[in-house]
Design a protein around this ligand. Structure first.
Ligand code: UD1
Ligand code: CA
Length: 453
């Protein structure tokens, strides 16, 4: 990633209340693709290798400060406008500004911006006699609500006018400001300090920097990108829109990396999902955070995975749930209606149907019968179950943790195990078998006689 020759400092604006989200959670903490949107923005900023990233928050936004840590925050005391918000970061950026850093202004509620576009903005600042300020422009068929980029007759950016302050002719301009700005740091802050609030909204507009810059012979330029990248999330509908765009990017990346998604639009991925080559993902699979799927594995439909590593050639599902720090070895088979929580399964182990395994290790080539349950919770705390290599459990067996099933040992169907089973043993707990021949018909007849009327 080219970040220009000068050092770089990034300001992320996140002081907005986000009233339209109708949420107790600050807007920028709402997750898209499994992580808060502010963290998407920070990850993109980090990829540029900046000297510092400062997030501007409103008073009381401790949760946002925690989410951006170890990056610092600056507090904007009152929401007086975007220029005022940027100024709140001045003190925190003093060393970088003194070192001649460029400053990049991003919005915390714009999780779709890409490093490529930001690099293009910074590259526009890298040439000889570069523009002092670079604004990210977007061509829109319906520019309603956005600041319009007004060019002079030579095609240079003359000013940006907000919708409310625009004339009818200016409103017809379809090139808008997407809200991102790169510029020479010291100058940017100097101009921001000179902004006034004489406009329809009575706010200190960052967009005023174009006019103030031009008056000081500090030229502005425009770099364009598509609308998707500057989509700002102000409502739950826009949150869903941002999610849809991110999901599409993630699916495309998975397919480009060599995975087959049979119905990609039905698969939900997380920002950090890692999928190897020749993995097949059937329809309606949900990946929570922390999933890695190795080469050649197959995830059958309607499975829900989170925080798990799935080994090469393993098969999971349909209708499997795997979570909580699980790890499946090579060729493991986890079938329908199996739930695994914090389970390590060795190579070739199988749990083909209807089981719950929690806080357990399952050795290589072990076989877990249908209906096997590890009773890992006594109502107060959890305990572990260790199932050694080659062991097998019969259908409907209960393993009461803590316990160990030795190597190659067998638990008979329907058994309840409350103690360790040594290697190579066969263990069963069963009520005695009782078959009374020729008794059923007589028994039914008697029931009919004694039936209460
Ligand atoms: C702003 C731009 C507009 C641009 C649009 C792109 C100005 C004056 N207008 O309009 O030209 O087309 O973005 O989306 O800049 N914020 C603060 N503190 C404040 C005010 C805002 O941190 O005092 C933050 C908000 O949380 C938000 C961002 O800055 O993330 C933009 O503010 P908002 O008031 O939504 O600006 P727009 O009206 O959308
Ligand atoms: Ca906005």
């Amino acid at each position: 990633m080219t970040a220009g020759k000068r050092p770089l400092a990034v300001v992320v604006l996140a002081a907005g209340a986000g009233t339209r989200m109708k949420s107790a959670l600050p807007k920028v903490l709402h997750p898209v693709a499994g992580r808060p949107m502010i963290n998407h923005v920070l990850a993109v900023a980090e990829s540029l290798g900046p000297a510092k990233i400062v997030t501007v928050v409103a008073p009381g936004m401790e949760a946002v400060a925690a989410a951006v840590a170890p990056h610092p925050v600056a507090v904007q005391s009152q929401p007086l406008g975007t220029a005022h918000a940027v100024l709140a970061a001045r003190e925190a950026l003093a060393p970088e500004l003194a070192a001649g850093a460029d400053v990049l202004v991003l919005y915390g509620d714009g999780p779709l911006i890409t490093p490529e576009t930001l690099s293009r903005m910074l590259e526009a600042r890298a040439g000889e006699a570069p523009p002092a300020l670079v604004w990210l422009g977007v061509q829109l068929s319906d520019p309603t609500g956005y600041g319009r980029l007004i060019l002079d007759k030579d095609g240079a950016l003359a000013r940006i006018v907000e919708e409310r302050d625009a004339t009818e002719k200016e409103r017809a301009v379809d090139l808008i400001w997407g809200g991102l700005l790169a510029g020479e740091g010291k100058l940017l802050f100097k101009l921001a300090a000179a902004v006034d609030n004489k406009n329809a909204k009575g706010e200190y507009y960052l967009t005023s920097l174009v006019r103030l810059g031009n008056a000081a012979l500090a030229r502005s330029a425009v770099v364009e990108c598509g609308f998707e990248e500057v989509l700002g999330v102000n409502s739950r509908s826009e949150l869903a829109e941002a999610e849809a765009h991110l999901q599409q990017r993630l699916r495309r990346r998975a397919m480009a990396d060599g995975a087959s998604l049979i119905a990609p639009e039905t698969v939900t991925l997380s920002w950090d999902t890692v999928i190897g080559r020749d993995v097949t993902i059937e329809p309606y699979v949900i990946f929570g955070p922390g999933v890695e799927v190795e080469e050649g594995a197959v995830i059958h439909g309607f499975s829900h995975l989170a925080d798990v590593r799935i080994g090469r050639e393993a098969t999971v599902g349909p209708f499997a749930r795997v979570r909580g720090g699980a790890s499946l070895g090579e060729g493991v088979r986890v079938g329908n209606f199996v739930e695994l929580k914090a389970v390590q399964m060795g190579d070739g182990a199988k749990a083909a149907h209807l089981a719950y395994l929690g806080d357990a290790t399952v050795g290589a080539e072990a076989n877990i019968g249908a209906g096997t349950i590890t009773a890992n919770y006594n109502g107060v705390y959890k305990s572990r179950t260790e199932i050694a290599a080659g062991a097998s459990t019969g259908s409907n067996s209960v393993l009461i943790a803590p316990m160990t099933l030795g190597e190659g040992a067998i638990v008979g169907a329907g058994s309840v195990m409350s103690t360790d089973v040594p290697a190579d043993a066969i263990a069963t707990t069963r009520a005695p078998l009782d078959i009374r021949t020729d008794k059923a018909a007589r028994y039914r007849a008697r029931l009919k006689e004694t039936k209460p009327s």
